[in-house]
Every structure is written in structure tokens, then in C-alpha cells.
Design a protein around this ligand. Structure first.
Ligand code: WT7
Length: 646
């Protein structure tokens, strides 16, 4: 890995909220006395009733309990919308840039307030009350933000499902959350292509019992079917709704949202984030990590279907009164310069994207970037997976013209906000390193036995203590929460990531150490893809692993054993890819399928994934001990028929 260092410029250490001395001082204070530190920073949001208690956390085995600001009362919509009306009613809250470059609009805080209230009243009119779960399956249109904030306003808990998920994946999330209401659009629009959202909801609705109402936002006007008594056009309902709706007073620990995410086993779990701690943490990290200042135009290219969209398109920026850009399209449409055209069109100052996007744009060379101005850019960000130093350097040199610091932000759906990151006025950058902990964050590197490693070392990444944005539980399954995150290393939060710490105390995330893979920054459990494959009538067994992929970071490699008598044909390979897309969604498409007559198993029948991983990674020499296999000869066959990266 590159050890090149990019020091903080004098200009940056002067203009930023914190320089290095201030970082050291604030960090030390934050871990010395978390109650005092967060008691102070908890005041960054407005309270209906101020808190008197700050931190109340136990990571004790079997009794994990996480509470912040527990006796305070507030409301997230009050903080993201209403409190800005006095000073910035006419300032743009959301710049929406459509898939079609000729379509964009500015929504002021005053307009946002009216739209959120109207949406909230429509939800109320359809029986939604405090604590109810509302599933949102929308494209990247302003209504997605209105719907989220409308739920927050009335105390309903939203559960956003990414528009790329299949009807089956949507159905299981609706069912797990027992949602009576789904908000969707007729169709989505991405890269000029239509996404059949409403048709997917129709298919999902056939598989669940709890669903009563489907609110449909008109996006494309494409033809869809509406089921009387269940389906309602949002625009018609909104026309009758008042643009005034009181905020529901919420306890600090009332849930704000659920977001399903993949783990190493079982079905995706509903990560629960609550009201006050989440908002304090999302807004504070947004301010310091992106060095957000009044008047900045900020753009995070994520989708609201992922946690990045929740914390850093909607909640963090809006709590800070920022102008946040919401982009409906994709980086390559109508041309490969689209990101930079949008930056120039809206004079974006802060730009936050994923390594996979950078790597895919790198492939087209510098010219599509260099022909745009990008003079407005001041800061760049990266999130979702490790950024390889080559991509980092290209991002820095070509996109940022050697002028903009890059914040490589490490965090997870579970963490609610950024935990390890440079601060642009404080932290010298090393390409490929997420650098140092944010305030209040106590990372530790441990070995397999849980021994805490000191100094420069490599091991597994854990957190020794809580921060306000931490997830509180798995929806409906606190036991699973404790087992997943707090049982590997007692009294610590286990991230699932491996990492190295260098002699400067910088953290280098090396990727997941569990059976979770990260494909283009999208997180997937190998078990989910396996269970989709074995659901196919011609498949008897399947094992899925990740392998290094130039653009996606990791690709999906599937070993498939067919039922006796089935022929391993190219047509069947295609059929299986299409099958997985239908079962889970396009993001889960296997990149390579190897038909394997046998899988490497121990005598007790357990598949040895370590071996499969090594074969997929082309590391045949490093297979390790294969003597415990029931039939060691299967390994040679697997190596011989390894599928090649295309
Ligand atoms: C996993 C979490 C955080 C929002 C998007 C992903 C990987 C995330 C980085 C980074 C290295 C990273 C980790 C983590 N990851 N950011 N800057 N450097 N790895 O959220 O879907 O919950 O995935 O993404 O492996 O555990 P997520």
C-alpha cells in the first residue's frame, strides 16, 4: 500500500472548523468524559424538552442496552425543516437533478416545510400513527425526502427499500416490519431506462398479509394498474391535504427508521436507529467531516435506499440547514461526464461518492473530466469500500485538480454515521487509509482471541465504547443484535471488518472478515445469494464467495452443484444469473458461475469456504491445509475449472 502523505495545507487548517491541535484537544475530551462532551454537542439540535441524562450504555454480555439523551424530547423534522424557517425560509434546501439533464428544480426550506406537512397529513389520513412502520420504495425524487421527513414528523418509522431490490426482497422487508403502508412511484427513471416500481410492489403485495395501502407518486406517467381500495395516487390525496401539520413530540430513544442490511447468516436484519442520538451524530459528522459552512452546495451521490442517503443526503445536511443535491440518474448518462457537468451546473462545493464510481470513470480516461471546469469543488469524499491508492490518486489529481482534500470515510449501516475519517483541516492524508477516529469513537484492533493489540498491528476492528449514532437493536430481535455484534468479543462492538493500524495511528480497513461481500459498495450476505441459487429446481448445492474485481471491488463468484442428470450448459449459466436477479435484485447478479460436481467439505459436511475463496482469488498456492476434507480430490477439479474474470 502507498505510504505517500498529503499534508494539510495552511489554507485548509485556517478555514476549517478544526485544525490538528483542535482535533487532538476535542478528541481527548470526547473520550475522557463522554457525558460532558456529548452533553455539550447534544445541544446542536433543538429540543422540545431538554435532556438531563446523556449516556446510558451497557455492552455487557446478554444485557446490551444503548441509550443517549434518554429523557429528552425532540422531533427530527422539527430540526431538519421547521427550525430553519426563521432564518433561511427562502434558501434552497434540496437541489433535485433529474435523470434527464434538462430536468432539475430547487426546493426552498419553506417549500420543503409545506411538502413535508402535506405528505404527513396524507399519511395520517390513511391511518398512519406514531410507531407504525411505513415502507418507502421510491426512486431518487424529492418525494423520497418528503416521505422520510413526513414519517419523522408524525412519529412513524420508515423503512426504505432500495429500488433495485426484487419483489421478493421487498415483500420480506414489508412482512418483517409489518408495514400497512407502502409508498412508491409508477416507475423510476435511471440512465434513460424505466424501473417498474409499482409493478414490483404489486408482485410483492401478493406475498404479504399486512399491506393495506399503496401510495403511488407519479414519476413517468407510464401505464400501471391501480387496485381500488388499496392503491392511491399520492398527488390526488395531497391536493386535499393541508400544508400545515404539527410535529409529534418524540422521545430521544423512539425509533426514527429501520434499514435492512445483510449479515453473514440468515435473512437481512432490520437495523434500528432512534431519534436524537442519530441526528446529533449525523449532523455533527456532516459539519466536521465535510467541513460544511453556511452557503455551501453539498452533493452526496448515494441513493436514499442506503444508509449513506439517510445520513448524508437527508438528515445530516438538512439538520445543518445545508443545500443538499439529490441526483436521480447515473454517472454515465447521458455521457460519462455527467457527474462533472452536474458539479458545474449547480456549483457544487463538496462532493461525496463511492470508489466503484471512481474506478469505473477512470476507465474512460481524463478527458471527460478535464473538459469540465469543477472550479467550485473544494472537498471530495469517498465511502462504501476501501479505496485503492490508484483510484485515490486519480480522484485527487484528475477530479480535484490536486486542490481538494479527500475524506475517506469508514462507517456502516449499523454505525449511523462516519466513525473513522480524516478531518480536512486537521488530518494529513494517506491514500487508502480512512485515517483516524471521529470524536467520541474508540476503535481497537484485536486478534482472533480478543487480545487488544497495541501500536502498529493488524487484526479485527472493534469499538470499545458507544457513540450517539449507534444502532440500538435489530428490529424485533434483540437477541440477534447481541449475538451478531457483541458476542464475538465480549464488551465490544464487533464491526466485521479487518484492519491494520500503522505507526502514526492511522487505520487501514482491509475489508470484511465474515461472509459478507461488498459489491460496488453494496453489501450482501453470501448466504442470501446461496439460498437464491438453491431455490432453483436444477440446483442441488451452492457456495458463494467474493473475488477481487477491478471496478466493483468485489465480484460474486458462485460454485454450483447441479441436480443429478442436469447438464452444465452456457444457457443454464445465464438462466441462473437471471434467476438470482429476479430473486434478490440486479445488485446480486453472480459475475462468475462455476459448475462444480463436488464442493470441498469437512467430514462433518461443512463447506470449507476458505478454500473456495482462495480458488476464486486465483491463489492456488495458498489453499492451506486440505487434509481434513472428506474428499481432497474435489479441489483439483475446482482449480482446473476455475472461471476466468472477463
Ligand atoms: C461496510 C459497511 C457506510 C455506508 C456505506 C456502506 C465497508 C464502508 C468504507 C471505507 C473501507 C468501507 C466496510 C463496512 N466500508 N466504508 N471508507 N473504507 N471499507 O454501508 O452497506 O453497511 O457496509 O462497508 O466493510 O463494514 P454498509
Amino acid at each position: 500500500m502507498s505510504e505517500k502523505v498529503y499534508p494539510v495545507s495552511a489554507e485548509w487548517s485556517k478555514r476549517a472548523w478544526v485544525d490538528d491541535a483542535k482535533y487532538q484537544e476535542m478528541y481527548a475530551a470526547s473520550v475522557r468524559d463522554p457525558d460532558a462532551f456529548w452533553g455539550e454537542h447534544g445541544k446542536r439540535i433543538d429540543w422540545i424538552q431538554p435532556f438531563t441524562k446523556v449516556k446510558n450504555v451497557s455492552y455487557a454480555p446478554g444485557a446490551v442496552s444503548i441509550k443517549w439523551f434518554e429523557d429528552g424530547v425532540t422531533n427530527v423534522a422539527l430540526n431538519c425543516v421547521d427550525r430553519h424557517l426563521a432564518r433561511r425560509a427562502d434558501q434552497t434546501a434540496i437541489i433535485w437533478e433529474g435523470d434527464d439533464p434538462n430536468e432539475s428544480k430547487h426546493i426552498s426550506y419553506k417549500e420543503l416545510h409545506a411538502e413535508v406537512c402535506r405528505f404527513a397529513n396524507v399519511l395520517k389520513a390513511h391511518g398512519v400513527k406514531k410507531g407504525d412502520r411505513v415502507t418507502i420504495y421510491l426512486p431518487m425524487i424529492p418525494e423520497a425526502a418528503y416521505a422520510m421527513l413526513a414519517c419523522a414528523r408524525i412519529g412513524a418509522i420508515h423503512s426504505i427499500v432500495f429500488g433495485g431490490f426484487s419483489p421478493d426482497s421487498l415483500a420480506s422487508r414489508i412482512e418483517d416490519a409489518a408495514s400497512a403502508v407502502v409508498i412508491t412511484a409508477d416507475e423510476g427513471l435511471r440512465g434513460g431506462r424505466k424501473v417498474p416500481l409499482k409493478a414490483n410492489v404489486d408482485a410483492a403485495a401478493d406475498k404479504v398479509d399486512c399491506l393495506k395501502t399503496v401510495l403511488v407518486v407519479k414519476r413517468t406517467g407510464g401505464s400501471i394498474s391501480m387496485q381500488p381500495g388499496r392503491d392511491v395516487w399520492y398527488e390526488e390525496a395531497a391536493a386535499k391535504a393541508s400544508a400545515d401539520c404539527p410535529v409529534e413530540p418524540m422521545n430521544a430513544e423512539d425509533p426514527l427508521f429501520l434499514l435492512y442490511t445483510s449479515g453473514s447468516t440468515g435473512k437481512p436484519k432490520g437495523v434500528v436507529h432512534t431519534t436524537a442520538g442519530y441526528l446529533v451524530y449525523a449532523s455533527m459528522t456532516h459539519q466536521y467531516v465535510f467541513d460544511y459552512h453556511e452557503g455551501d452546495v453539498y452533493w452526496c451521490t448515494a441513493d436514499v435506499g442506503w444508509v449513506t442517503g439517510h445520513s448524508y443526503i437527508v438528515y445530516g445536511p438538512l439538520a445543518n440547514g445545508a443545500t443538499t443535491l439529490m441526483f436521480e440518474g447515473i454517472p454515465t448518462y447521458p455521457s460519462i461526464s455527467r457527474f462533472w457537468d452536474v458539479v458545474d451546473k449547480h456549483k457544487v462545493n463538496i462532493f461525496y461518492t463511492a470508489p466503484t464510481a471512481i474506478r469505473s470513470l477512470m476507465g474512460a480516461g481524463e478527458e471527460p473530466v478535464k473538459k469540465t471546469s469543477r472550479a467550485s469543488l473544494r472537498l471530495l469524499g469517498s465511502v462504501g469500500e476501501p479505496i485503492n491508492p490508484e483510484a485515490w490518486e486519480w480522484y485527487y489529481r484528475v477530479v480535484g485538480d490536486n486542490r481538494c482534500p479527500i475524506v475517506d470515510t469508514w462507517w456502516q449501516t449499523e454505525t449511523g454515521g462516519i466513525l473513522i475519517t480524516p478531518l480536512p483541516g486537521a488530518t494529513a492524508l494517506k491514500p487508502g487509509s480512512a485515517t483516524r477516529p471521529f470524536f467520541g469513537v474508540k476503535p481497537e484492533v484485536v486478534d482472533a482471541e480478543g487480545k487488544i493489540l497495541e501500536g502498529a498491528c493488524e487484526g479485527n476492528l472493534v469499538m470499545a465504547d458507544s457513540w450517539p449514532g449507534q444502532m440500538r437493536t435489530v428490529y424485533g430481535d434483540h437477541q440477534r443484535f447481541m449475538e451478531t455484534y457483541f458476542s464475538t468479543y465480549p464488551n465490544k462492538y464487533f464491526t466485521g471488518d479487518g484492519c491494520r493500524r500503522d505507526s502514526d495511528g492511522y487505520y487501514w480497513i482491509t475489508g470484511r472478515v465474515d461472509d459478507v461481500i461488498n459489491v460496488s459498495g453494496h453489501r450482501m450476505g453470501t448466504a442470501e445469494v446461496e439460498s437464491a441459487l438453491v431455490a432453483h429446481p436444477k440446483v442441488s448445492e451452492a457456495a458463494v464467495v467474493g473475488y477481487p474485481h477491478d471496478i466493483k471491488g468485489q465480484g460474486i463468484y458462485a460454485y454450483v452443484t447441479l441436480m443429478t442428470g442436469e447438464e452444465p450448459t452456457e444457457a443454464l449459466r445465464k438462466e441462473l444469473v437471471a434467476w438470482v436477479r429476479k430473486e434478490i435484485g440486479p445488485i446480486a447478479s453472480p459475475d462468475l458461475i462455476q459448475f462444480a460436481p463436488g464442493l470441498p467439505k469437512t467430514r462433518s459436511g461443512k463447506i470449507m469456504r476458505r478454500i473456495l475463496r482462495k480458488i476464486a482469488e486465483d491463489e492456488f498456492g495458498a489453499l492451506g491445509d486440505t487434509s481434513t476434507l472428506a474428499d481432497p480430490t474435489v479441489v483439483n477439479d475446482l482449480i482446473e475449472h476455475r472461471q476466468n474474470k472477463r
